[in-house]
Design a binder for this molecule. Structure first.
Ligand code: SAM
Length: 274
């Protein structure tokens, strides 16, 4: 049996840790349904907080792993759940080695994420994609809109390209501010990410790809002939099937992959000539 949950008022939510705790049971159940935990899944919850999702996840799982940064919450979690049910990793999810947990099988990752670090956290998690089964996150709706946006959408940008090149993404449902205590100022949404299989990945050098995407979107309204000037001549862009007058927001993730791969080939060819 789980011990008695401490009253919500007993913990003072900390803004710096993005603490907006879920209180709407309907939403909590809907998130856990979306995660579809199976008894012996290896699942990591990021930011368990006061345990809103943790409780329900532990009704389905034999064991759960959590990463939490707030020492007060860590103490409560340890008092509340025995170690044979819950492993608590104390620290910052932004520097957590998720790959180290996936030694014997792949991980599922889930959480109602602290919104102030959601973008760097998504980039950090993307580096472990090969170790992951799937990810389910509550995020600001505006961030989810950017993640799933398609070329020419106003919300389409670096985040969309970087994540869509590595994952299949699905926005699942929106969540109003009243579902949390305290209420955040914005609407939230739940999103699912499933890593693409290795044979669907076409990027030769992920670091080069990331730099090229950042350069292209660095000045969003500028044409690629300007933003990618130090990467390709106008003729090279045209030969690669990309109009030098196009803007980054019109290119699909596959176009960026083609450009980044061509740049690597060009660099290798130049290196062989000297
Ligand atoms: N899961 C709980 C819920 O839904 O009610 C809490 C969600 S709250 C939005 C975010 C949680 O992430 C808090 O428990 C907070 O302390 C934790 N957190 C914030 N920054 C973190 C970080 N860098 N690494 C790990 N946990 C973090």
């Amino acid at each position: 049996m789980l011990s008695q949950r401490p009253a919500l008022t007993a913990h003072r939510p900390r803004k710096r840790f993005g603490q907006n705790f879920l209180i709407d049971q309907g939403v909590i159940h809907a998130i856990v349904e979306a995660i579809r935990p199976q008894a012996d899944d290896l699942l990591v919850e990021i930011g368990p907080g006061l345990g809103a999702l943790t409780d329900l996840l532990l009704q389905r799982l034999s064991h759960l792993l959590v990463v939490e940064i707030d020492r007060d919450l860590i103490l409560r979690l340890k008092n509340r759940y025995p170690p044979e049910r819950l492993t608590v990793y104390e620290g910052d999810a932004l520097s957590f080695d998720f790959g180290a947990l996936a030694k014997t099988r792949k991980l599922k990752v889930a959480g109602n994420l602290p919104y102030n670090i959601s973008t760097p956290l998504l980039f950090h998690l993307a580096t472990f994609a090969e170790h992951l089964v799937d990810l389910h996150f509550m995020l600001q709706k505006e961030v989810v809109d950017r993640m799933v946006a398609l070329p020419d959408d106003a919300a389409y940008g670096r985040l969309s390209v970087m994540l869509q090149s590595r994952f299949y993404l699905e926005a699942l449902f929106d969540v109003p501010p009243e579902a949390f205590a305290p209420h955040p100022k914005v609407y939230s949404a739940v999103v699912r990410l499933i890593p693409k299989p290795l044979d669907k990945l076409t990027i030769v050098d992920p670091e080069c790809f990331a730099r090229l995407v950042a350069a292209a979107f660095g000045q969003r309204r500028k044409m690629l002939r300007n933003t990618l000037k130090s990467w390709f001549s106008e003729n090279e862009l045209t030969d690669l099937g990309v109009s030098p007058a196009a803007r980054a927001e019109t290119l699909a993730p596959e176009d960026f992959a083609r450009l980044a791969n061509a740049f690597i080939l060009k660099e290798r060819a130049q290196a062989n000539m000297v």
